[in-house]
Write a protein that binds this ligand. Structure first.
Ligand code: ZN
Length: 557
């Protein structure tokens, strides 16, 4: 009796009725495989090869595999105290995953998870919708309600461990048997439709989190390696002024929606009037901000950046080290660590001696991109004078065409294309209205770039001004039922990778102008940014590679 009391004291009442945790793991596995995985089943059933009896069997078998795999994972935590939290977490992850995959055609992989973890609350708010609430309540709320009411039986740790081991073996056997039986169809489907594996929900989210954990272990933490030990500024010809380069980092702009690059709608009236050079064959490093931004500013290029053994300092560090003034102004979710060691500010930060931002530019949460120019004179004047006399690099990080709320990216009086979609449930909008909202954001970027060039022209008495604009990645606007961006690079459609790039110089010589215009179709990538900026600023360092400097051939010798 004493023994028994001790046992029940340790491990719960062995006589209580209730469900075994293992049973709950199995039921949760079946629910998750059947319902929150609807984007996977929808995608699979859309494939012609599943429209046969054999294909139908394959999809059914695959469904059992997903259920067994999910149940197997839950079995690792199938004890009385842990099973309910484990199922709750998995249900919520699966429901949110189902909403985003089903609504936007995105898939969940490591880079998407990086994005999710780095997203700021403003971006999250844009993604919230009634539809999301409905999906989560239906797919997670309903089973959670049932789960809440179910009593769970406590068998004691070791007895439960024994059962769980049996459960693990049983689920693994089911998986192995089906893998063997379906191998030919499974391997062909996964090879031909590589995004399919990222749709297996919520295994995709778990896998991405684990992969991220390993990834952060792959690149050692600690301060990044210094670069630019020998960085120096080339001597300026007598009588010339220091360079003032504004680098505008665009957001989610597609090259094929720039009129300058051949788009049929007038999305670039301001830039066209200013006689800028546009480069229409530029590819991005990543398909999302978190990947592209650090890669763009790295000396390593896409390949080198992705396989780096250590984090390195970036373009901003090198320019500052060479002796020039550097400033990063952000109107988005931040500089992802790039601007940590140089002067930086958010566009909505107050500037000493300058009136507050007008309400028309900032609604208290989001700011329109013209906010980047507010008080920029004062921000520039506050940089060290000695460094400014050698040259200045200002980076303006835009909100650009950040989705899905494109309609919020242009002010009411700057909407040439109407009617526009005012929902963030993009797939429910009329396609033309969606494109209109997106094109309005591009036209507004055109306006902001035009205003920036006007601001630069006002600095021409003290500086030799220039502007370089380059977007971080593109966007899907419903092509093949895909929306937003962030698909794995290898399988992402070109719309997510083909980005606009624009250069404006204050007073180029005729020969230089013609030379730069001749680069219109040159094959360029984000790899060119680091070296081209150093070229424009007249900075040299061991890291500078003239072959990657897009404009090197167009400079006067
Ligand atoms: Zn981005």
């Amino acid at each position: 009796m004493t023994m028994r009391r001790t046992f029940s004291g340790l491990s719960g009442n062995p006589h209580a009725d209730g469900w075994n945790p293992l049973t709950l793991a199995l039921l949760a596995g079946v629910w998750i495989a059947a319902l929150p995985n609807w984007p996977l089943w929808q995608a699979l059933l859309a494939l012609p090869e599943t429209h046969t009896a054999r294909g139908g069997l394959f999809v059914a078998g695959f469904g059992v595999m997903v259920a067994a795999l999910t149940a197997l994972l839950l079995t690792l935590l199938a004890w009385r105290a842990t099973i309910k939290p484990a199922i709750a977490l998995l249900l919520l992850a699966a429901a949110f995953g189902a909403h985003f995959m089903g609504s936007y055609g995105v898939v969940i992989d490591t880079t998407m998870m990086t994005n999710v973890l780095q997203t700021d609350p403003r971006e999250v708010r844009d993604l919230l919708s009634l539809r999301m609430l409905g999906t989560v309540l239906l797919l997670a709320g309903l089973p959670l309600l049932a789960l809440w009411r179910v009593p769970v039986r406590g068998l004691g740790f070791w007895r439960q461990a024994g059962r769980n081991l049996l459960g693990l073996v049983a689920f693994a056997l089911v998986l192995a048997a089906l893998l063997f039986a379906l191998f030919a169809d499974l391997s062909a489907t996964m090879r031909n439709h590589r995004t399919m594996r990222y749709l297996i929900n919520p295994v995709n989210s778990l896998y991405a989190l684990v992969d991220l954990g390993f990834a952060s272990g792959r690149v050692p933490s600690g301060p990044p390696l210094a670069i630019g030990a020998d960085a120096h500024i080339l001597p300026r010809p007598a009588g010339t002024k220091p360079t003032l380069l504004v680098l505008v980092v665009g957001e989610t702009a597609r090259a094929d929606h720039f009129a300058l690059d051949g788009y049929a709608r007038p999305t670039n009236p301001a830039l066209a009037a200013l006689g800028v050079a546009s480069f229409r064959n530029v590819m991005s490093c990543g398909t999302n901000t978190a990947t592209s931004l650090p890669c763009m500013f790295s000396a390593l290029g896409k390949k080198g950046f992705e396989s780096r053994a250590r984090d390195q300092q970036n373009l901003l560090d090198l320019v500052q080290r060479a002796g020039m003034a550097v400033l990063w102004v952000d109107n988005q979710a931040g500089c992802k660590g790039l601007c940590e060691r140089v002067p930086n500010a958010y566009a909505h930060d107050p500037v000493a001696g300058v009136a507050a931002l007008p309400a028309a530019l900032c609604d208290g949460e989001d700011c329109l991109d013209e906010a980047l120019l507010h008080g920029l004179d004062a921000r520039l004047a506050a940089l060290p004078a000695a460094a400014r006399a050698r040259g200045v690099l200002i980076v303006l990080h835009q909100m650009g065409s950040h989705g899905p709320a494109y309609f919020k990216r242009s002010p009411p009086d700057r909407k040439p294309f109407l009617p526009e979609c005012t929902s963030n449930a993009l797939q429910q909008c009329d396609h033309q209205a969606l494109v209109n909202a997106y094109d309005n954001s591009i036209a507004y970027t055109d306006h902001v770039l035009g205003q920036t060039i006007q601001w630069l022209q006002q600095q021409a008495s003290r500086y030799d001004p220039a502007l370089l604009y380059l977007s971080d990645h593109g966007e899907s606007l419903g092509e093949n039922n895909l929306y937003l961006h962030g698909l794995p690079y290898a399988v992402a459609p070109v719309e997510q990778k083909h980005v606009p790039m624009v250069l404006w110089l204050a007073a180029p010589a005729a020969a230089q102008s013609a030379c730069i215009a001749g680069l219109r179709d040159a094959a360029l990538t984000h790899d060119n940014l680091f070296h081209s900026v150093l070229g424009l600023l007249g900075i040299r360092a061991a890291e500078y590679r003239p072959t990657l400097d897009a404009f090197a051939a167009c400079r006067a010798p």
